[in-house]
Ligand binder design. Structure first.
Ligand code: AHR
Length: 501
């Protein structure tokens, strides 16, 4: 049995939890939009072609802000292709994913879908093949009430009131050589500054996200952030982080500990933001938008690359359809713990992605929609983690990992609202249960604890079309609160949410 002890006190907060921390991401990629959220003719589809079974699952997942339409896709996208009469829309090459984009779904349709799921739009502009003019045109189309060519075009297309989009991404992963139109940090920083300034001349209410590095292993990581922020300091509100994790070479404990990498990533970007703030003698605040994060078996995808042909541009091919296991869900839970522990500086985040493509929700054409294992920690956390994130003082045994050396066997985050406490705990030990004690004596009104989690005798168990309920949240009956101390036993390879009221 490993052991961990934590102490919580309401006087030691991390910061308020921004609901945008529980965002998602929809990219025109594979079967995400077409044959995922949009499937005319499906038994559950409405007249708009959107699947109601998927909408119900997205609502249950609890995603707040949804980033759209990419991702790599956006760097070759012409937003005008996706507005106006559907039958007149062009079919285009999608260079990012070697597919055909039919443009059956564009800004209007996607916004209607967002209204049905109750989420906010976070819109990305194309800074790969386009620039200031096109970004401002899109903003005019989306946010100006009326009386100009673009705004009246929107009205003529059936939307009298503006979309009123607040959150905007200034391109996507512009440091990546795979990105159509990728640039140096100086070139991108100058362009992003010009685009941001022009957009603010249209609408002063905007929240703008400038691209950070595509991941922490990029050769320009750190320098990229510093250079881009030096160019855009006065113009933007967030800098993005992206990170995907997978198990490498049987190092399950290391995989479960991916949150330690996310911690280090966030802290390095915070340090870089603060460095630029110091150099600029500024008291402006810039936050992190962690707008792509998840488990992604990227090496499997890499093995398929390079097999594309000039005469083969499929519509909605099956791409990046990872099937997630219990271990993946426990890792996702660990990543959520990392985000909560940095809620003071990470105030926007997007699980990448949402349906079919590295997604918590899967669908079959004409068939069912179901929850992957990773659905559960996200849904439980989005629902429970409200109010204020608390500082967690953790004293824990360690487990060895190949990737990160010895790491704490248990990871923990805590939140508080209206006198109640929510705990989120992960046991990274692959063979041994962990006994966790939590000193809650600073919360004398608390009297009971209810624990729900994800674990299984087989850490590689998964949900599939044929067995969609194989992995579901389970009650953990070991949680007991006595004398201001909560005690709980966590099975190996597990993630648990505990509500203390
Ligand atoms: O989410 C899949 C891809 O990962 C996105 O299109 C891109 O931004 C990232 O590299």
């Amino acid at each position: 049995m490993t052991r961990a002890h934590l102490t919580l006190h309401p006087a030691f907060p991390v910061g308020p939890i921004d609901r945008r921390l529980f965002g998602g991401f929809v990219e025109h990629l594979g079967r995400h939009v077409y044959d995922g959220i949009h499937e005319p003719g499906h038994p559950t589809a409405g007249p708009d072609g959107f699947r109601r079974d998927v909408i119900e699952l997205v609502k249950e997942l609890g995603v707040t802000t949804i980033r759209y339409p990419g991702g790599n896709f956006v760097s070759g996208y012409r937003w005008e292709d996706g507005v106006g009469p559907v039958d007149g829309r062009p079919r285009r090459l999608d260079l990012a994913w070697h597919s055909t984009e039919t443009n059956r779904v564009g800004l209007h349709e996607f916004h209607d879908w967002l209204d049905l799921v109750g989420s906010e739009l976070m819109l990305a502009v194309n800074l790969g093949t386009r620039g200031v003019r096109e970004a401002v045109d899109l903003l005019e189309y989306a946010n100006v009430p009326s009386g100009t060519t673009r705004s009246d075009q929107r009205r003529a297309n059936g939307r009298p009131e503006p979309f009123g989009v607040t959150m905007w991404c200034l391109g996507n992963e512009m440091d990546g050589p795979w990105q159509v139109g990728h640039r140096s940090a100086d070139d991108y920083g100058r362009l992003a500054s010009q685009v941001a300034k022009a957009m603010r001349l249209v609408d002063t209410r905007l929240k703008l996200v400038v691209c950070g590095s595509s991941n922490r292993d990029m050769p320009t990581f750190g320098t990229w952030e510093r250079t881009v922020l030096e160019h855009t300091w006065d113009d933007v509100d967030y800098i993005s982080c992206h990170a995907y994790y997978q198990e490498h070479d049987g190092d399950l404990a290391g995989f479960l500990a991916s949150g330690t990498d996310m911690d280090a990533f966030i802290e390095a970007v915070v340090a870089t933001i603060d460095h630029v703030r110091a150099v600029k003698r500024s008291d402006k605040r810039i936050d992190i938008s962690f707008d792509e994060w998840n488990v992604w078996y990227f090496t499997r995808w890499n093995e398929q690359e390079g097999t594309f042909a000039i005469d083969d541009w499929p519509v909605a091919p099956r791409l990046l359809e990872d099937v997630y296991t219990v271990a993946d869900a426990v890792t996702v839970g660990g990543l959520l713990i990392s985000l909560l522990n940095h809620a003071d500086r990470v105030t926007s985040a997007s699980l990448a992605q949402l349906v079919n493509v590295i997604a918590p929700i899967m669908t079959e054409p004409g068939g069912p929609a179901w929850r992957q294992t990773t659905f559960h920690p996200f849904a439980l956390t989005s629902k429970a983690a409200r109010g204020t994130a608390l500082k967690v003082t953790l004293d824990a045994d360690t487990v060895p990992t190949a990737r990160y050396g010895d790491v704490p066997a248990v990871a923990a985050a805590a939140t508080t609202e209206d006198g109640t406490v929510q705990l989120f705990l992960q046991n990274r030990d692959t063979t041994t249960p962990a006994t966790v004690t939590v000193d809650l004596s600073a919360f004398p009104a608390l009297s009971s604890a209810t624990a729900t989690g994800i674990w299984d005798d087989d850490p590689y168990a998964a949900n599939t079309r044929d067995d969609p309920g194989r992995v579901v949240p389970r009650a953990n009956d070991t949680a007991v609160l006595t004398g201001g101390v909560l005690t709980v036993t966590l099975p190996p390879v597990s993630w648990t949410a505990i509500s203390v009221a």
